[in-house]
Design a protein around this ligand. Structure first.
Ligand SMILES: [Mg+2]
Length: 269
């Protein structure tokens, strides 16, 4: 399926289509400080035009839901009534129609991991690695360090061991190690949306290893009489296992913004 076929699929039955989108690297260009991320302005504008036509637009992210809402300015303005932000891989659910987040309490294990991390990073020789508190998850970023890949290699073993000791899961990404509470991944988030809303078509766009579970879930829908469309916004020069599985490969967050704008134009015409 090419880019035009993917658009045609959505346009065939928009009211029964769910559009799922990763946040960082898909809607939001990757920046050195995750707190200073922003959503590509053309993508936000396009989503405001797209959301009223679709069954659901769901941003599915490892970030806390409210953080993505704040960084994207998603709580202001019109058009996003059909938008939900599934934060922390679907554990939190922010609904634009109510402006509220629903989420369960923090498990003890993730609190203990957060407390143990600074000493563990220091013991592994990288006390300056950046720890990002993501609520039910905690991320160790090495991209600000002199040798991000080397530091990641040094830290992966000890962080994995710490996670395992507390019965938690380690999710490696680009210059980041993330420890998460619960068995939630983006695949669970996709399956939950399908169960709630019974779509004919699920379009999913994502760029990183955490999106593989969502790709798996969307591919599985194809065997259940539904249409699954996979969109991959590739970073320049990137070699990713997602590229070969995607129906549509775009040029990063700029390409994503263009594709969403094209979809908005088509839905309105
Ligand atoms: Mg991403």
């Amino acid at each position: 399926m090419g880019s035009m076929d993917a658009l045609a699929t959505v346009l065939g039955d928009p009211a029964r289509t769910i559009l799922g989108l990763d946040f960082d690297g898909t809607l939001s260009p990757i920046v050195a400080d995750p707190d200073r991320a922003y959503v590509h302005p053309d993508s936000v504008a396009a989503l405001r035009r797209i959301a009223p036509h679709l069954l659901q637009v769901a941003i599915i992210t490892g970030r806390p839901a409210l953080k993505a809402v704040e960084l994207g300015g998603l709580d202001a303005g019109e058009g996003l009534g059909h938008l939900v932000v599934l934060g922390q891989y679907g554990i939190e659910r922010w609904d634009a129609s109510t402006g509220e987040v629903v989420s369960p309490p923090l498990p003890e294990a993730i609190i203990e991991v957060k407390q143990a991390l600074p000493a563990l990073l220091a013991a592994a020789g990288h006390p300056e690695a950046w720890i990002e508190d993501k609520g039910r998850a905690v991320a160790v970023h090495t991209r600000r360090l002199a040798d991000p890949a080397g530091a990641l290699a040094d830290l992966e073993g000890p962080v994995a061991e710490l996670a395992a000791t507390h019965g938690l899961h380690l999710e490696p990404g680009k210059n980041v190690l993330e420890v998460r509470a619960g068995g939630f991944d983006k695949g669970d988030a996709v399956r939950d949306l399908v169960e709630r809303l019974d779509p004919a078509t699920f379009v999913y766009a994502g760029d990183d290893l955490g999106d593989i579970a969502a790709y798996d879930a969307v591919e599985a829908l194809r065997g259940q009489g539904r249409t699954g469309v996979l969109v991959f916004p590739a970073a320049p020069g990137e070699d990713s296992p997602l590229a070969a599985r995607a129906d549509v490969v775009l040029e990063g967050t700029d390409g994503m913004a263009e594709w969403l704008t094209g979809l908005a134009d088509a839905l309105e015409s």
